[in-house]
Design a protein around this ligand. Structure first.
Ligand SMILES: [Zn+2]
Ligand SMILES: [Zn+2]
Ligand SMILES: [Zn+2]
Length: 324
């Protein structure tokens, strides 16, 4: 019997089927789900929701939903693994590529308020993630990084901690995996961080690896904190470049931008950051280029001022003196 409408339960969620990615659902076509209404509090908004539990396939561990459907929908993620439903990537990777900000609330009260607002926004079709204006360079990056096949290995039982210590007495009866642990970054992450896409070591690794394949890996000289943009639209000004840069980097504080040096006649600009980390985040976000007024800007790192004497930089039309 479903509970009667109760004013104290406003916003509590009942649902018939969970929102899951293919991997979490598993490869068993005859899947049976157990369902518990208001079974626990959502891991992000703390409101009670309908919890589902199932076995995703032979030899796999039971999986369960950990966040409510409202939260899952607002971030377009799986209720269990919290990866993006379309690209199967951590939200931090997706949001970086699309230049989407998450405006994560910090306190519990704000969290519930945030969830309610998100619910209203979602009902009104204002989901920022479905915003068609997202940069095409960002979408291209996501397509390159997306995991297209389900990854069922992720559903395997957890590692046996007794085995790791050398004294599991359960032998072949042990339901946990008898393998030595490799440092698993995912297991050290909390739900909040994964949901809001912050402090995610897996995302860090994916983004840094992609920057490298795109030829924008950070130079060894840590004093280089500038990125060089080329092929700017003829209409670009320092102001429009600044606006574009800030909008495309929601994870980077605008105050960490030191200056923009626009060289209009060469249609290029230097974006100078105050700290190295911000420059690295920008290079990762722009690994596939940066779109501006229909143009795809080229992006590369500024040059080191400490270029070794034996390898003098060739004279360039643009002097990369980025101390402006
Ligand atoms: Zn929730
Ligand atoms: Zn999942
Ligand atoms: Zn064991």
């Amino acid at each position: 019997m479903p509970p009667k409408a109760d004013i104290n339960k406003a916003g509590w969620e009942q649902s018939e089927f969970p929102i899951l990615c293919e991997t979490c659902l598993g490869n068993n076509p005859f899947i049976r789900m157990s369902k518990q209404e208001f079974g626990r509090e959502c891991g992000t908004c703390a409101r009670p929701f309908t919890v589902f539990r199932w076995n995703p396939g032979a030899g796999m561990r039971f999986k369960t939903t950990v966040i409510c459907q409202t939260c899952a929908k607002t971030r377009n993620v799986c209720q269990t693994c919290l990866l993006d439903l379309e690209y199967h990537l951590p939200t931090q990777v997706r949001d970086t590529a699309l230049g989407v900000s998450n405006e994560a609330p910090t306190s519990d009260i704000n969290r519930e308020y945030y969830a309610q607002n998100q619910e209203i926004m979602f009902a009104g079709g204002e989901n920022k993630l479905n915003d068609g204006r997202a940069s095409s360079a960002g979408r291209e990056m996501l397509k390159q990084l997306a995991r297209t096949e389900p990854y069922y290995k992720r559903n395997r039982p957890h590692l046996c901690s007794f085995y790791a210590k050398g004294d599991c007495k359960r032998g072949s009866e042990c339901p946990y995996r008898h393998e030595m642990p490799v440092k698993n970054e995912l297991s050290q992450q909390n739900i909040q961080d994964r949901f809001f896409g912050r402090n995610d070591p897996v995302a860090r690794k994916i983004l840094a690896g992609h920057a490298e394949t795109q030829g924008v890996q950070p130079p060894e000289d840590e004093s280089v904190m500038s990125l060089f943009l080329s092929s700017l639209p003829a209409s670009a000004t320092e102001g429009t470049i600044r606006a574009r840069v800030i909008k495309s980097l929601p994870g980077v504080e605008p105050t960490s931008l030191r200056s923009i040096v626009h060289v209009a006649k060469s249609r290029c600009a230097f974006v100078n950051f105050k700290d190295r980390a911000s420059a690295e985040r920008a290079a990762e976000a722009w690994a596939n280029g940066l779109d501006m007024d229909g143009e795809r800007l080229g992006v590369r790192w500024g040059r080191s001022k400490n270029t070794p004497a034996q390898a003098p930089a060739p004279a360039a039309a643009v002097d990369d003196d980025d101390t402006a």
